[in-house]
Design a protein around this ligand. Sequence first.
Ligand SMILES: [Zn+2]
Length: 346
Amino acid sequence: MRDLTLLPKAHLHLHFTGSMRVATLADLAQRHRIRLPHVLLDADPLRVPAGERGWFRFQRLYDAARACVRSEADMRRIVAEAAADDAAEGSGRLEIQVDPTSYAPFVGGITPALEIVLDEARAAQEATGVEVGVVVAASRMRHPLEARTLARLAARYAGDGPGEVVGFGLSNDERRGSTAEFGRAFAIARRAGLRAVPHGGELLGPAHVDEVLDHLHPDRLGHGVRSAEDPRVLERVVERDVALEVCPASNVSLGVYASDGDVPLRTLVAAGARVALGADDPLLFGSRLVEQYRVARDVHGFTDDELAALARSSVLASTASPGARARLLAGVDAWLAAPDPDGAAG
Ligand SMILES: [Zn+2]
């Protein structure tokens, strides 16, 4: 079997705080004298029941981790380590998602918070060779006017160059807020040339995907896996060429599916959806990017040809520069062309 860490790929769904290494979180907590729930440090993946209570528990742990990020140095460390970890997993393009609001109190506002992330993204790119783009994500838990403020901020830094803002997202509990009310924020982002990459269709089913398609006009959907439950909705996703950022570990950890085998990866790919595997929040879900490809191989029976197609699809759904895109795609071909060390047919 070919080594999945050597398969060139793009990583399009990773949250800033959620990307943290467990050891880094432990270190930050100690530094800032914060006591953390044990489950965050014992490296055992979070498993919560689907539903309000499960999400509430996830959210509480995420907030506890985020409360340990209290300085520019902490923020820089997270970006640098996320890029380094991506590099070690064969990713050549990382699009990391951040809501600068959460870190603003410690660094003097949302503008410096975003500038720190962008500046470190540039530095991390130079240090690791992984292209790092930034997605500014608003939260469903906050007023839609705040989302517009963030969209305007993101627009000022829009671009495809190193450490620029490539997209605008909407994260947090899908059951909260009215999707339509965030439409104006997405319109602002789109006018600035940002890709629309909201979450949708993970905690809620195909009707939610419909709603997000109607009101936010996404280029990619964070998750979108549950469009598999309605062939008409899935067809809409495919027709509009909306890429799906599929994060199997997240789906299972949040109780959306009982096991890895229940994630409808095959259904999505067979329907012609463009799928990009992502890790979402490795800090809480206990697995990083390559593990998602391993699940595709070991649980869903993807051959090396099919895994290469997934990797290509992640690159094509990314906003990587033309140079990086060509290099990564050529790398995927080379990975597949190299002889399988076990001699089995790919
Ligand atoms: Zn997410």
